[in-house]
Design a protein. Structure first.
Length: 206
């Protein structure tokens, strides 16, 4: 009878031990769940951190307008980058959108990234490459953002350019940046500087 009581005591202690371990585990899980919102990075912060370039130029036009618009960007002391020349020492054109032709998505946009931020003047142009029916106006949204080293991405310029005819080339922005990615005060202008239609080899398509 005494040995039976001893076995009962051992079982009781085993049950208590298991209960204590289970409660401790539940408490630990609860603490982790409460801490997750504070240690999980914000989605926008994560996207900014992953931004692949230092100077980012984006161009968007309405998705229901299947026309071929081109983005051209020139870094200081370099040749322009666009669909004829998709890569330079600083900039790369990531996407050449033809409008509705051969599109994997229904989004109309082109985007250019830089490697580094060479100081000097940058030029951003919008060019109406494809045919455009008479009376049609395409509003093109142009956004310039900068991501200095070890800093977050932030937007510095945004405008809308209206295209009304084929071969039309407009300067969205001319601006100067420091080596740290700061916009030089008073350097922003829209003074037209052709990057494509000014080339000798450029042939206007009627």
């Amino acid at each position: 009878m005494r040995r039976g009581l001893e076995y009962l005591d051992e079982d009781t202690w085993g049950t208590v031990f298991r209960d204590v371990i289970l409660l401790a585990l539940i408490g630990f899980v609860a603490m982790v769940v409460m801490l997750l919102p504070h240690i999980t990075p914000n989605k926008q912060d994560a996207e900014d951190h992953k931004a692949p370039g230092n100077v980012i130029v984006e161009m968007h036009w309405p998705n229901d307008m299947p026309y071929d618009v081109d983005l051209w960007v020139q870094a200081p002391r370099e040749v322009p980058v666009g669909f004829w020349n998709m890569g330079g020492n600083t900039f790369n054109l990531l996407r050449d959108d033809l409008g509705g032709e051969g599109d994997a998505t229904d989004k109309n946009y082109e985007i250019t990234y830089s490697r580094g931020i060479p100081p000097g003047e940058y030029v951003v142009n919008v060019h109406m490459y494809g045919p455009l029916p008479h009376g049609v106006t395409i509003p093109v949204n142009v956004v310039v953002s900068v991501k200095p080293m070890y800093a977050d991405l932030y937007q510095i310029l945004e405008t809308i350019i209206k295209l009304t005819r084929r071969n039309q080339e407009e300067t969205a922005y001319r601006f100067r940046l420091t080596a740290e990615g700061d916009l030089v005060p008073g350097s922003v202008s829209t003074l037209n500087r052709p990057l494509i239609t000014g080339f000798k080899g450029f042939k206007k398509v009627p």
